[in-house]
Design a protein around this ligand. Structure first.
Ligand SMILES: Nc1ncnc2c1ncn2[C@@H]1O[C@H](COP(=O)(O)OP(=O)(O)OP(=O)(O)O)[C@@H](O)[C@H]1O
Ligand SMILES: [Mg+2]
Length: 345
């Protein structure tokens, strides 16, 4: 039904699981034609074997992949510099980058993009804001090698925080939503090893940050405080039953720490752009922890929204386990953002 060149595979290699979404574009319609998810157990299996098995099990055919990098070897900075034309930016940025990148420039891949400041409601002609991204070459090479081992090839290598924003952007394009129009929206994706934050106005991202506090720390606290095994702690986290109070208490300090880091990020954004974060949307497996949403609501004094990144997409139900897709939707924001890059491929 869809020509091969019109499909792409979004691949999110998270700390706890690999997620894949195959997306097809047909005119202005986007169709999810494949989906799968496999846990990374860490029991000696290689990532490429888990990925290969997952692709076989899902029957996904697309070979062209959009995947992402994240972590301490990826640096994202929003910098101010003297205005230059977009085509001269890569050259100009090499002179600026030294100030912002803690790595040897020879070791990194650089990317840059002028920010559209018009959504902020004012323009400053004396300087321009530029998004600067640097990723260690070795990190990218690792990804490319992994794809090769699984018989895939890269079309785009994105960054988790931007993928999160792209997923939200496409969702709003597919179904325009008055509640976020022109608003400062913060997306917070709480995974296993890390929490990604992005702050958007319209379709532009003005702040991103990765915090190394997430679901794994919730489990560790339960394990320590309730003196249980890691497996028991994981079970209690998802379904605490009669131990709800104890589990909530065990995790509360981590949630406070995470909320503090988020507040610091909001404060930084607000001091830079003189706009307040108005709406908060959470995603990621860690966001499903039962007390997270009420705790965040109390701490931020705001309604905390959840969203389904697969909403409004057509789903080819003879090839996709729709129930599994919907059940895992909170964990699919980043992979949906990656697959959504098909828009521009
Ligand atoms: N119902 C639930 N309640 C609490 N935690 C949950 C629930 N379901 C999943 N989790 C937690 O969510 C985390 C996995 O979420 P997710 O798939 O978003 O992370 P990841 O992408 O693998 O990791 P990362 O983004 O850090 O690389 C795990 O820590 C898991 O224990
Ligand atoms: Mg993740």
């Amino acid at each position: 039904m869809f020509k091969r060149k019109n499909t792409v595979l979004g691949l999110d290699i998270g700390a706890s699981s690999i997620k894949v979404v195959e997306m097809a574009k047909s005119g202005s319609e986007f169709v999810i034609t494949g989906y799968g998810q496999a846990a990374i157990s860490g029991n000696g299996e290689t990532l490429s074997s888990v990925l290969t098995e997952l692709l076989q099990a899902t029957g996904i055919k697309a070979k062209r992949v959009v995947t992402s990098v994240s972590g301490r070897e990826v640096i994202v900075r929003y910098i101010s510099m003297q205005p230059v034309e977009q085509e001269n930016l890569p050259n100009a940025i090499r002179f600026e980058a030294d100030k912002y990148i803690p790595f040897d420039l020879e070791e990194v891949v650089l990317d840059s993009q002028k920010l559209d400041e018009s959504v902020l409601g004012f323009t400053n002609t004396a300087e321009m804001k530029v998004l600067l991204v640097a990723a260690k070459k070795s990190l990218i090479e690792q990804k490319v090698q992994l794809l090769k081992e699984a018989g895939l090839y890269p079309a785009v290598i994105d960054v988790d925080c931007f993928a999160l924003g792209n997923a939200f952007e496409l969702r709003n394009i597919l179904s325009p939503r008055a509640e976020v129009e022109g608003k400062v929206v913060s997306l917070i994706d709480i995974g296993a090893s890390k929490t990604n934050i992005t702050i958007m106005i319209g379709n532009s991202s003005f702040f991103t940050r990765e915090i190394y506090l997430a679901g794994n720390e919730f489990t560790e606290e339960i394990q320590k405080k309730l003196e249980v095994t890691p497996e028991e702690a994981e079970k209690l986290k998802r379904d605490p039953g009669v131990f709800a109070l104890e589990v909530q208490e065990a995790v509360s300090a981590v949630i406070d720490d995470l909320a503090n880091e988020v507040t610091l990020s909001f404060d930084f954004f607000e001091s830079q752009f003189e706009r307040e974060v108005e709406e908060i949307y959470i995603s990621g497996g860690g966001s499903q922890f039962f007390s997270l949403e009420p705790d965040f609501e109390r701490i931020f004094g705001k309604r905390i929204n959840r969203w389904d990144p697969t909403e409004n997409f057509e789903i080819q139900s003879d090839q996709v386990d729709v129930d599994a897709l919907k059940a895992n939707a909170p964990q699919l924001a980043i992979v949906m953002g990656l697959a959504s890059r098909i828009r521009t491929l």
